[in-house]
Design a binder for this molecule. Structure first.
Ligand SMILES: Nc1ncnc2c1ncn2[C@@H]1O[C@H](COP(=O)(O)OP(=O)(O)OP(=O)(O)O)[C@@H](O)[C@H]1O
Length: 263
Protein backbone atom coordinates (compact mmCIF):
# COMPACT_ATOMS: atom_id res chain seq x y z
CA UNK A 1 0.00 0.00 0.00
CA UNK A 2 1.38 3.39 -0.95
CA UNK A 3 0.74 5.49 2.14
CA UNK A 4 1.99 8.63 0.47
CA UNK A 5 -0.45 8.47 -2.43
CA UNK A 6 -2.64 11.60 -2.35
CA UNK A 7 -6.32 11.69 -3.24
CA UNK A 8 -7.24 12.68 -6.71
CA UNK A 9 -8.25 16.35 -6.60
CA UNK A 10 -11.91 17.31 -6.96
CA UNK A 11 -13.00 18.79 -10.31
CA UNK A 12 -11.48 22.20 -10.97
CA UNK A 13 -13.41 25.18 -9.65
CA UNK A 14 -12.90 28.75 -10.78
CA UNK A 15 -10.76 30.82 -8.47
CA UNK A 16 -10.88 34.58 -8.65
CA UNK A 17 -8.69 35.03 -5.63
CA UNK A 18 -5.41 33.39 -6.54
CA UNK A 19 -2.53 35.44 -5.26
CA UNK A 20 0.94 34.31 -4.44
CA UNK A 21 2.47 34.41 -0.99
CA UNK A 22 5.22 37.07 -1.05
CA UNK A 23 7.26 34.99 1.40
CA UNK A 24 7.45 31.90 -0.73
CA UNK A 25 5.95 31.66 -4.18
CA UNK A 26 4.53 28.60 -5.83
CA UNK A 27 2.49 28.49 -8.98
CA UNK A 28 -1.17 27.94 -8.14
CA UNK A 29 -3.44 25.33 -9.65
CA UNK A 30 -7.14 26.10 -9.57
CA UNK A 31 -8.17 22.74 -8.14
CA UNK A 32 -6.05 23.02 -4.98
CA UNK A 33 -6.76 25.65 -2.32
CA UNK A 34 -3.71 24.73 -0.23
CA UNK A 35 -0.35 23.47 -1.43
CA UNK A 36 2.91 23.00 0.43
CA UNK A 37 5.91 21.66 -1.43
CA UNK A 38 9.05 20.44 0.30
CA UNK A 39 8.50 22.77 3.24
CA UNK A 40 11.20 22.85 5.91
CA UNK A 41 11.17 24.91 9.09
CA UNK A 42 13.97 25.17 11.61
CA UNK A 43 14.71 27.47 14.51
CA UNK A 44 18.13 28.72 15.57
CA UNK A 45 19.53 27.64 18.94
CA UNK A 46 22.07 29.29 21.21
CA UNK A 47 24.21 26.14 20.91
CA UNK A 48 24.69 26.72 17.18
CA UNK A 49 23.02 24.06 15.03
CA UNK A 50 19.37 24.95 14.26
CA UNK A 51 16.60 22.59 15.37
CA UNK A 52 14.67 21.12 12.48
CA UNK A 53 10.91 21.18 13.16
CA UNK A 54 9.40 20.50 9.72
CA UNK A 55 11.20 18.22 7.28
CA UNK A 56 10.31 18.21 3.60
CA UNK A 57 6.53 18.45 4.09
CA UNK A 58 4.39 18.34 0.95
CA UNK A 59 0.57 18.35 0.83
CA UNK A 60 -2.08 19.38 -1.69
CA UNK A 61 -5.63 20.02 -0.50
CA UNK A 62 -8.45 20.28 -3.06
CA UNK A 63 -10.70 23.35 -2.94
CA UNK A 64 -14.02 23.07 -1.13
CA UNK A 65 -12.98 20.20 1.15
CA UNK A 66 -12.49 19.68 4.89
CA UNK A 67 -9.16 18.02 5.68
CA UNK A 68 -7.82 17.01 9.05
CA UNK A 69 -4.21 17.07 10.25
CA UNK A 70 -3.23 14.55 12.92
CA UNK A 71 -0.12 13.31 14.68
CA UNK A 72 1.48 12.92 18.10
CA UNK A 73 2.23 15.91 20.36
CA UNK A 74 5.13 17.97 19.07
CA UNK A 75 5.17 16.45 15.54
CA UNK A 76 4.78 19.89 13.92
CA UNK A 77 1.05 20.22 13.15
CA UNK A 78 0.63 23.75 14.54
CA UNK A 79 3.89 24.86 12.95
CA UNK A 80 2.73 23.67 9.51
CA UNK A 81 -0.65 25.34 10.05
CA UNK A 82 1.03 28.64 11.01
CA UNK A 83 3.18 28.48 7.88
CA UNK A 84 0.05 27.93 5.75
CA UNK A 85 -1.56 30.91 7.55
CA UNK A 86 1.46 33.12 6.80
CA UNK A 87 2.20 33.55 10.52
CA UNK A 88 5.59 31.85 10.07
CA UNK A 89 7.85 31.82 7.02
CA UNK A 90 9.24 28.44 5.92
CA UNK A 91 13.02 28.04 6.05
CA UNK A 92 12.80 26.31 2.65
CA UNK A 93 10.08 25.10 0.29
CA UNK A 94 7.05 26.67 -1.30
CA UNK A 95 3.55 27.42 -0.09
CA UNK A 96 0.38 28.42 -1.88
CA UNK A 97 -2.84 29.16 0.01
CA UNK A 98 -5.90 30.81 -1.49
CA UNK A 99 -6.77 34.22 -0.01
CA UNK A 100 -8.30 35.53 2.09
CA UNK A 101 -7.34 32.90 4.67
CA UNK A 102 -8.03 32.86 8.37
CA UNK A 103 -6.41 31.14 11.35
CA UNK A 104 -8.79 30.18 14.17
CA UNK A 105 -7.09 29.60 17.52
CA UNK A 106 -7.62 26.81 20.04
CA UNK A 107 -8.72 29.31 22.70
CA UNK A 108 -11.59 31.45 21.33
CA UNK A 109 -11.00 34.04 24.08
CA UNK A 110 -7.92 35.09 22.08
CA UNK A 111 -10.08 35.85 19.05
CA UNK A 112 -13.63 36.66 20.13
CA UNK A 113 -13.23 40.03 21.81
CA UNK A 114 -16.25 42.24 21.18
CA UNK A 115 -19.15 42.57 23.68
CA UNK A 116 -21.86 40.92 21.53
CA UNK A 117 -21.97 38.19 18.89
CA UNK A 118 -23.11 40.61 16.17
CA UNK A 119 -20.39 43.16 16.99
CA UNK A 120 -17.72 40.48 16.98
CA UNK A 121 -18.64 39.01 13.59
CA UNK A 122 -18.98 42.54 12.14
CA UNK A 123 -15.58 43.56 13.54
CA UNK A 124 -13.54 42.51 10.48
CA UNK A 125 -15.94 44.35 8.16
CA UNK A 126 -15.20 47.68 9.84
CA UNK A 127 -12.81 48.83 7.12
CA UNK A 128 -15.10 47.88 4.23
CA UNK A 129 -17.31 50.42 2.48
CA UNK A 130 -20.48 48.52 3.26
CA UNK A 131 -23.69 50.11 4.48
CA UNK A 132 -25.04 49.14 7.89
CA UNK A 133 -27.67 46.96 6.20
CA UNK A 134 -25.04 45.19 4.10
CA UNK A 135 -22.90 44.54 7.19
CA UNK A 136 -25.94 43.16 9.05
CA UNK A 137 -26.80 40.91 6.10
CA UNK A 138 -23.23 39.52 5.90
CA UNK A 139 -23.13 38.97 9.66
CA UNK A 140 -26.49 37.15 9.55
CA UNK A 141 -25.40 34.90 6.66
CA UNK A 142 -22.12 34.02 8.39
CA UNK A 143 -23.86 33.26 11.69
CA UNK A 144 -26.52 31.26 9.85
CA UNK A 145 -23.78 29.12 8.25
CA UNK A 146 -22.50 28.13 11.71
CA UNK A 147 -25.99 27.74 13.23
CA UNK A 148 -25.74 30.85 15.43
CA UNK A 149 -28.13 33.32 13.73
CA UNK A 150 -30.42 33.32 16.80
CA UNK A 151 -27.54 34.57 18.94
CA UNK A 152 -26.86 37.95 17.22
CA UNK A 153 -27.54 40.07 20.32
CA UNK A 154 -26.10 37.68 22.89
CA UNK A 155 -23.28 38.98 25.10
CA UNK A 156 -20.12 37.03 24.28
CA UNK A 157 -19.47 36.10 27.92
CA UNK A 158 -22.73 34.11 28.04
CA UNK A 159 -21.60 31.69 25.29
CA UNK A 160 -20.08 28.23 25.73
CA UNK A 161 -16.59 27.49 24.40
CA UNK A 162 -18.01 25.77 21.32
CA UNK A 163 -20.39 28.65 20.60
CA UNK A 164 -17.46 31.09 20.82
CA UNK A 165 -15.52 28.92 18.35
CA UNK A 166 -18.48 29.10 15.97
CA UNK A 167 -18.58 32.90 16.33
CA UNK A 168 -14.84 33.01 15.52
CA UNK A 169 -15.49 30.90 12.39
CA UNK A 170 -18.43 33.17 11.44
CA UNK A 171 -16.08 36.17 11.71
CA UNK A 172 -13.79 34.57 9.13
CA UNK A 173 -16.73 33.66 6.85
CA UNK A 174 -18.14 37.21 7.03
CA UNK A 175 -14.86 38.45 5.58
CA UNK A 176 -15.33 36.06 2.62
CA UNK A 177 -12.50 33.90 3.81
CA UNK A 178 -11.56 31.19 1.29
CA UNK A 179 -9.37 29.05 3.57
CA UNK A 180 -10.02 28.28 7.25
CA UNK A 181 -7.00 27.04 9.23
CA UNK A 182 -8.37 25.61 12.47
CA UNK A 183 -6.00 24.73 15.30
CA UNK A 184 -7.31 22.07 17.72
CA UNK A 185 -10.66 23.80 18.18
CA UNK A 186 -12.29 20.92 20.03
CA UNK A 187 -9.56 20.07 22.55
CA UNK A 188 -11.32 21.71 25.51
CA UNK A 189 -14.92 21.15 24.39
CA UNK A 190 -17.48 18.63 25.60
CA UNK A 191 -18.96 16.21 23.08
CA UNK A 192 -21.99 18.39 22.23
CA UNK A 193 -19.89 21.48 21.52
CA UNK A 194 -17.30 19.36 19.67
CA UNK A 195 -19.89 18.01 17.23
CA UNK A 196 -21.50 21.48 16.97
CA UNK A 197 -18.23 23.07 15.87
CA UNK A 198 -17.40 20.34 13.33
CA UNK A 199 -20.91 20.50 11.86
CA UNK A 200 -20.63 24.30 11.69
CA UNK A 201 -17.45 23.98 9.62
CA UNK A 202 -18.99 21.30 7.37
CA UNK A 203 -22.12 23.42 6.89
CA UNK A 204 -20.11 26.52 6.00
CA UNK A 205 -18.21 24.48 3.38
CA UNK A 206 -21.46 23.09 2.00
CA UNK A 207 -22.96 26.59 1.73
CA UNK A 208 -19.99 27.95 -0.19
CA UNK A 209 -18.07 25.58 -2.45
CA UNK A 210 -15.16 28.00 -2.41
CA UNK A 211 -14.33 27.57 1.29
CA UNK A 212 -11.65 25.01 2.18
CA UNK A 213 -10.72 24.02 5.74
CA UNK A 214 -7.71 22.35 7.36
CA UNK A 215 -8.48 21.16 10.88
CA UNK A 216 -5.79 20.10 13.37
CA UNK A 217 -7.04 17.48 15.82
CA UNK A 218 -6.02 14.69 18.15
CA UNK A 219 -9.43 13.04 17.99
CA UNK A 220 -9.56 10.12 15.60
CA UNK A 221 -13.36 10.00 15.70
CA UNK A 222 -13.50 13.44 14.02
CA UNK A 223 -12.08 11.90 10.83
CA UNK A 224 -15.56 10.68 9.91
CA UNK A 225 -16.39 14.30 8.98
CA UNK A 226 -13.26 14.76 6.83
CA UNK A 227 -12.86 14.60 3.07
CA UNK A 228 -9.16 13.93 3.50
CA UNK A 229 -6.53 13.58 6.21
CA UNK A 230 -2.83 14.12 6.80
CA UNK A 231 -0.79 12.18 9.36
CA UNK A 232 2.50 13.62 10.62
CA UNK A 233 5.29 12.27 12.81
CA UNK A 234 8.52 13.92 13.86
CA UNK A 235 8.15 16.90 11.52
CA UNK A 236 7.33 14.76 8.47
CA UNK A 237 4.17 14.02 6.53
CA UNK A 238 3.95 10.24 6.83
CA UNK A 239 0.67 9.68 5.03
CA UNK A 240 -2.13 11.69 3.46
CA UNK A 241 -5.32 11.09 1.51
CA UNK A 242 -8.42 9.00 2.24
CA UNK A 243 -9.58 9.49 5.88
CA UNK A 244 -10.62 5.81 6.25
CA UNK A 245 -7.14 4.71 5.16
CA UNK A 246 -5.49 7.16 7.57
CA UNK A 247 -7.80 5.98 10.40
CA UNK A 248 -6.77 2.36 9.78
CA UNK A 249 -3.12 3.41 9.56
CA UNK A 250 -3.26 5.22 12.94
CA UNK A 251 -5.24 2.39 14.59
CA UNK A 252 -2.62 -0.13 13.37
CA UNK A 253 0.14 2.06 14.82
CA UNK A 254 -1.71 2.34 18.14
CA UNK A 255 -2.27 -1.45 18.25
CA UNK A 256 1.42 -2.10 17.49
CA UNK A 257 2.41 0.36 20.24
CA UNK A 258 0.12 -1.31 22.81
CA UNK A 259 1.44 -4.70 21.73
CA UNK A 260 5.05 -3.49 22.25
CA UNK A 261 4.21 -2.24 25.76
CA UNK A 262 2.59 -5.53 26.70
CA UNK A 263 5.54 -7.61 25.47
N1 LIG B 1 9.99 28.70 18.29
C1 LIG B 1 10.34 27.46 18.62
N2 LIG B 1 11.55 27.19 19.14
C2 LIG B 1 11.92 25.93 19.44
N3 LIG B 1 11.14 24.86 19.26
C3 LIG B 1 9.92 25.07 18.77
C4 LIG B 1 9.44 26.35 18.41
N4 LIG B 1 8.19 26.23 17.93
C5 LIG B 1 7.89 24.91 17.99
N5 LIG B 1 8.92 24.23 18.50
C6 LIG B 1 8.98 22.78 18.70
O1 LIG B 1 8.62 22.19 17.47
C7 LIG B 1 7.90 20.98 17.69
C8 LIG B 1 6.58 21.04 16.95
O2 LIG B 1 5.71 21.96 17.62
P1 LIG B 1 4.18 22.12 17.20
O3 LIG B 1 3.53 23.03 18.17
O4 LIG B 1 4.11 22.46 15.76
O5 LIG B 1 3.67 20.62 17.39
P2 LIG B 1 2.19 20.05 17.41
O6 LIG B 1 2.21 18.80 16.59
O7 LIG B 1 1.22 21.10 17.04
O8 LIG B 1 2.05 19.67 18.96
P3 LIG B 1 0.75 19.55 19.89
O9 LIG B 1 -0.06 18.42 19.36
O10 LIG B 1 1.32 19.24 21.23
O11 LIG B 1 0.02 20.88 19.88
C9 LIG B 1 7.77 20.83 19.20
O12 LIG B 1 8.78 19.97 19.66
C10 LIG B 1 7.98 22.25 19.71
O13 LIG B 1 8.54 22.23 21.00
Amino acid sequence: MNLLAPLRPSPARPSSLIRSNPLSRVSARDDFAIEARHVNFSVPTRQGAPVSILKDCSVSIPAGQLWMLLGPNGCGKSTLLKILAGLLAPTAGKVYVRRPRSFVFQNPDHQVVMPTVEADVAFGLGKSNLTLEEVRSKVFQALDAVGMSDYMQRPIQTLSGGQKQRVAIAGALAEACKVLLLDELTTFLDETDQIGVIKAVKNSLDKSEEVTALWVTHRLEELEYADGAIYMEDGKVISYGDPARITDFIKDKQAAYINDINC
